[in-house]
Design a protein around this ligand. Structure first.
Ligand code: GCW
Length: 670
């Protein structure tokens, strides 16, 4: 819990421990000797030392707070909070539950001690709440140290090796535990030659990282290369049917778990964007996943097998291929055949973390499989942490998506927890997301992007939480004792910032109007004639991708009812996804009553207006913020205004030139 004063404390500033630390606290862990138990003791000791409280004996000294290990609860991460006459008892069956209970008290602050008498149990939605780091050990010539990272270098790696000093990772572990995350994959899913060696001669470095995560209840995972048997083992093949390959993986797993007995498992991106995989040997993804799963099963390990499999060498002239269909096609046929310890990790959308795209139908198509929807906390397509964009609302909407309609009610979050309507209830998966953290002093580049990391953790613990409530928590924790203007301003800037970003970028579910490569800034045709399979088909008459069964790619047929019909029909397709599912003329009238072309103009003018209003509010209030935060946020806003202006003008001009239809309000378009 040593914190580097040069690094921003994020949602755990010392002041947030005052309500707990100023009280008389008893810690009754019986004979627990776990690293997490030691953390609970150390956190309490440090808090009372800093804030004038005391560690007392539960039996004799009527403490204000008790942390007690009590057998019974089958979920080791669950805890109960009992309030009685101003005193609070946190009970759990495992030290991990107590640690979450401790951070619950910190989060609630004084309010935790004003609660009315009673007992409430808190338990996570699912046991797999993971962050994936796309960090490279070796700086990649194009992607840099952290692929799609906008927060400086890696907290794990520098100068071509794992950092000697992992104190920063320890601080990170603590922040993650305080938000609800319990697993971290430490390296990029695009695994380079050196990174392949993390399960070989670099294993001692992984041991060091796992040692830093463990005391905060965080399990370490590694991304592996499918080609490891060749790259590391000197074999001539990685064919999953080869006994030599199977033996090699079993041996590799033995070595990893011998070094790290509580290791989590392997994450793998296979046959995807140039990464090797089982296709080369005529094998399926089920063959590949199950072979790895057999190697790690004796150790209780998991395989997170990514479903981001599609043809990235597509011919744009070929209108039959639809990238959106790929994950379903590659995985749905194998439902029920994946081993118990395989987690199929599926991006929430069928394309790639766009500001607005349809839900992935693959997530709903695997009732006999453990599924982990994958999200992106880093903002690859949402402004690179230069734009102030809070994602809590977006995630909340996605997590609550009723895959089988409102009447059935089961959501994406339910599927992740194993509650698929056609499932047997045993296929419990979880959540994964790409982290947005780097070695930046604010962790996340834009200080406000810390709120995304915090919100992601909180939503994985409880997907039904109100995202604006989570933001409010984050503000209170991050700016303790700040004047009301701070809270009001952050809300004014962030509450609807996802919607604002959607307004000024790609409209109505059209995707990928971004600069190729960087994915920052507008480029309407950037990917239009490329091999990546990401098209919008704009011409002088209209725009959008016909994904209907009647006349298009047939993608709508991958959805369960009612969505297969809702999206198929122009009458019922929601406006915000219109161009994801249909190709329409610019004069098409939306449900909102306006035409497609006028919607494009209106939203792009409004988007910039909203950003300018945020800047105005920010400028009024910035002096109320800590000076370092104010300086960084002001810098970011300057870039956001420049970039948003670019978006407005490039998109509006593109559509005016394509369509020849003037803005009904005669505003300036170039
Ligand atoms: O979104 C795309 C990114 C790639 C990334 C890939 C993936 C790690 O542009 O940088 O590679 O997705 O998810 O594998």
């Amino acid at each position: 819990m040593t914190t580097d004063p040069a690094v921003h404390p994020a949602w755990l500033p010392e002041a947030s421990f005052a309500p707990l630390g100023s009280r008389r606290v008893a810690v009754d862990l019986r004979d627990d000797v776990s690293p997490v138990g030691a953390t609970v003791r150390a956190e309490v000791a440090a808090a009372v030392a800093a804030h004038g409280g005391a560690v007392v004996d539960a039996d004799h000294m009527s403490p204000d707070v008790v942390f007690a290990l009590v057998p019974g609860d089958t979920d080791p991460e669950a805890f109960t909070v009992t309030s009685s006459g101003g005193a609070v008892t946190i009970a759990a069956s495992d030290a991990r539950g107590l640690l979450y209970g401790l951070f619950h008290l910190v989060r609630r602050g004084e309010a935790a001690f004003d609660a009315t008498d009673g007992t409430r149990r808190h338990a996570p939605h699912s046991p797999l709440r993971m962050l994936d780091h796309w960090d490279n050990i070796v700086v990649h010539p194009v992607m840099g140290q952290v692929e799609r990272g906008y927060s400086g270098g890696s907290i794990f790696y520098a100068d071509g090796s794992v950092r000697e000093d992992l104190a920063r990772v320890g601080q990170y572990a603590r922040l993650l535990a305080a938000s609800g995350i319990n697993r971290v994959a430490i390296n990029n899913v695009n695994v380079g030659p050196l990174e392949t060696r993390l399960i070989g001669d670099l294993l001692p470095d992984v041991v060091r990282i796992a040692d830093v995560f463990r005391p905060y209840g965080i399990t370490t995972h590694v991304s592996v290369s499918w080609a490891s048997p060749v790259r590391l083992g000197g074999l001539t093949t990685s064919d999953p049917a080869s006994p030599d390959v199977q033996e090699w993986w079993a041996g590799a797993a033995d070595r990893v778990w011998a070094a790290i007995p509580d290791f989590g498992g392997f994450v793998i991106k296979a046959d995807s964007e140039g990464q090797p995989g089982p296709f080369a040997y005529g094998r399926t993804h089920a063959d590949g996943a199950n072979m790895l799963a057999a190697a790690v099963a004796p150790h209780g390990g998991l395989v997170h097998w990514r479903a981001f499999v599609y043809n990235h060498e597509q011919d744009w002239r070929d209108r039959r291929t639809d990238r959106a269909k790929a994950a379903f096609e590659h995985f749905a046929p194998y439902d029920g055949t994946f081993a118990d310890n395989v987690i199929v990790q599926i991006k929430h959308g069928p394309l790639d973390f766009q500001v607005r795209e349809a839900m992935s139908p693959a997530i709903a198509a695997l009732p006999g499989t453990r599924v982990a929807p994958e999200f992106q906390v880093t903002t690859e397509y949402l402004g690179h942490q230069r734009h102030a964009v809070y994602l809590g609302r977006m995630w909340s909407e996605l997590l609550g998506f009723p895959y089988w309609g409102a009447e059935d009610g089961r959501t994406l979050a339910d599927v992740a927890a194993g509650r698929h309507p056609s499932g047997d209830g045993t296929r419990v998966g979880g959540f994964a997301a790409v982290s947005n953290v780097g070695d930046d002093v604010f962790w996340t580049g834009h200080p406000f992007s810390q709120a995304n990391l915090y919100a992601w953790g909180r939503l994985t613990w409880d997907p039904t939480l109100d995202p604006i409530g989570i933001l409010d928590e984050w503000i209170g924790l991050t700016f303790p004792g700040a004047p009301a203007a701070v809270r009001e301003t952050v809300h004014a800037v962030l509450d609807e910032s996802w919607e604002t970003y959607e307004l000024y970028t790609a409209p109505l579910g059209v995707c990928f109007m971004v600069q190729p490569g960087s994915h920052y800034g507008p480029s309407p045709d950037g990917y239009e004639y490329s091999p990546w399979g990401t098209y919008h088909f704009a011409d002088r008459d209209g725009i959008g991708v016909d994904r209907t069964r009647a006349t298009g790619t047939g993608f709508t047929g991958q959805y369960p009812a009612p969505w297969s019909d809702v999206y198929e029909s122009l009458e019922t397709c929601p406006d915000e996804l219109l161009l994801f599912f249909h190709h329409v003329p610019y004069s098409h009238v939306l449900h909102s009553g306006t035409t497609v072309i006028q919607h494009v103009y209106d939203t792009h003018f409004e988007g910039l207006e909203r950003v300018l209003e945020s800047v105005r509010l920010w400028t009024e209030a910035e002096d109320a913020f800590p000076a370092d935060v104010a300086e960084r946020v002001s810098d970011r806003f300057a870039e956001q205004v420049r970039s948003t202006t670019d978006w407005r003008d490039v998109i509006n001009t593109y559509f005016l030139r394509k369509s020849g239809i003037q803005d009904a309000h005669g505003r300036t378009i170039y």
